[in-house]
Ligand binder design. Sequence first.
Ligand SMILES: Nc1ncnc2c1ncn2[C@@H]1O[C@H](COP(=O)(O)OP(=O)(O)OP(=O)(O)O)[C@@H](O)[C@H]1O
Ligand SMILES: [Mg+2]
Length: 234
Amino acid sequence: MLELSGVTAAHGSSQVLFGVDLSLPRGSVLALMGRNGMGKTTTVRRIMGLMPHREGRITLEGQDITHWRPARVAQAGIGLVPEGRRIFPNLTVRENLVAMAMAPRRQNDRHPWTLDRVLALFPRLAERLSNMGTQLSGGEQQMLALGRALMTNPRLLILDEATEGLAPLAREEIWTCLARLKTEGLSILVIDKHVDVLATLADHHVIMEKGRIAWRGSGQDVLDPEVKSRWLGV
Ligand SMILES: Nc1ncnc2c1ncn2[C@@H]1O[C@H](COP(=O)(O)OP(=O)(O)OP(=O)(O)O)[C@@H](O)[C@H]1O
Ligand SMILES: [Mg+2]
């Protein structure tokens, strides 16, 4: 589904990615982990076309998207729930969702994401349709960010720290939702600090260290206390 090979990136003159290799098979969940500042968000920004191109190659279902602009990457089917949520604060919940709506790419897609389907997944948003983005709780904002990404009818969903700063209950709702999307066969790349949840939710686990994928393993492996302290500092 998604392949990265030898992807590099720099912020100005300081290089932050030194050749990232990633592979996410279709219909699977890949957990991308690592301590602060290791390059996870930068990797996502490279995938989305939000960083100037350097070296490496990025393909989506075999199609080379390395040089594509962000709008084209989104249209090709990558839905992003960005770090910090970034919902539109001056739009209502409904407007936030509808603003991002895209028709499903495949004519025969029998379950396209519509406003109704997103609201069925997050009933709380249905009660707040005319509220402004700023009037929502953190958990509701995150549901909105996720709903907004689904409205693009993605083939691949990327979540960058979607549970950060949420109360345990709100976090739980996000995890439940992801588990459900997984059973529906959506391909998901998830970045998160909650290793224990990722151990069971994800099919594949990789850890970044200083701009490279430094560790790969199973959910079982990632729970090893030595792995956690060596690579994740927890
Ligand atoms: N806009 C920027 N300008 C300059 N340097 C940046 C910028 N954004 C990130 N960096 C640097 O790039 C490196 C990688 O950052 P990145 O945000 O990709 O890490 P991360 O793994 O997502 O971290 P976190 O877990 O804190 O979200 C860090 O050293 C960071 O300081
Ligand atoms: Mg980050």
